[in-house]
Design a binder for this molecule. Structure first.
Ligand code: GLN
Length: 252
């Protein structure tokens, strides 16, 4: 049986919005293809993980306070993480984790939380804490040269600037900033996004992109994933897309 290894960073602190569901979706879609997804967790105080040992590194969203607390620990692994990104480990980063991989995150209190500086973007929370990007969001992304709508839910005060390669074009919702045309950050082995939902539960094609990438990198050959019956997922997506894309109101 094929196996993939996933490292789940700070499950006790970056898990405010149910992003663990992304791991459950990956596990399910792997198991349906006789692929075993082995999940290991890392929390503050654990032995240093070897980031290069993993196919996927995942981290979810969290409040400013938790981001501030774990930032010092995360920065210990700055070089190892940068190296593993360059070597091709897949990083799935949601919201708060997305922010911490940039230059810095300036929290709603005005405090600067240093980022890993793996990527050149930076994030600053709106000074008015009542101003948050909250609501459903739909973006258009291109994965393996195929366009698809990606559906999620955003809840962030942080406004992210200087993104050179966004994950998607905003069709409904805010994105990296209030009423932005772009959302997230993308490289072939990095999806960093504000989309909760969890992201992969509403977007099976994104989950399959990650699985396919990891298998091709691990085995150094092209992979055609077995098609799964996504009737339920696609019916739900159609309902959501009909609803959101007909009412292009953006809530701030
Ligand atoms: N605390 C960060 C913000 O408010 C991230 C929030 C999140 O992870 N959803 O922007």
């Amino acid at each position: 049986m094929e196996e993939l290894r996933l490292l789940y960073l700070y499950p006790d602190m970056l898990e405010l919005y149910g992003d663990y569901g992304n791991i459950q979706v990956l596990k399910y879609r792997c198991a349906q293809r006789d692929i075993k997804l082995n999940v290991e967790q890392y929390v503050v105080g654990d032995n240093a993980p070897n980031f290069n040992d993993y196919d996927i590194v995942f981290a979810g969203g969290g409040a400013d306070n938790e981001q501030s607390i774990l930032s010092e620990d995360l920065l210990k692994y700055k070089n190892e993480i940068k190296e593993s990104v360059e070597k091709g480990t897949f990083y799935l980063l949601i919201c708060g984790a997305y922010q911490l991989f940039g230059k810095y995150y300036k929290g709603v209190e005005g405090n600067i939380i240093p980022g890993l500086e793996v990527f050149d973007y930076y994030t600053e929370a709106a000074p008015d804490r009542s101003k948050r990007c909250i609501g459903n969001i739909v973006t258009k992304v291109k994965l393996d040269d195929k366009e698809t709508e990606v559906i999620g839910f955003e809840n962030h005060g942080g406004q992210t600037f200087n993104v050179d390669t966004p994950f998607g074009e905003v069709l409904y919702g805010n994105g990296n900033k209030f009423q932005d045309s772009e959302e997230g950050y993308f490289r072939k082995n990095v999806i960093a996004t504000y989309l909760h939902g969890p992201l992969l539960s509403k977007n099976p094609k994104v989950a399959d992109y990650i699985i396919k990438y990891c298998l091709e990198r691990k085995n150094n050959n092209k992979v055609e994933l077995k098609e799964l019956d996504d009737t339920l997922e696609e019916n739900c997506r159609k309902q959501l897309l009909d609803n959101f894309l007909k009412n292009k109101k953006i809530s701030i």
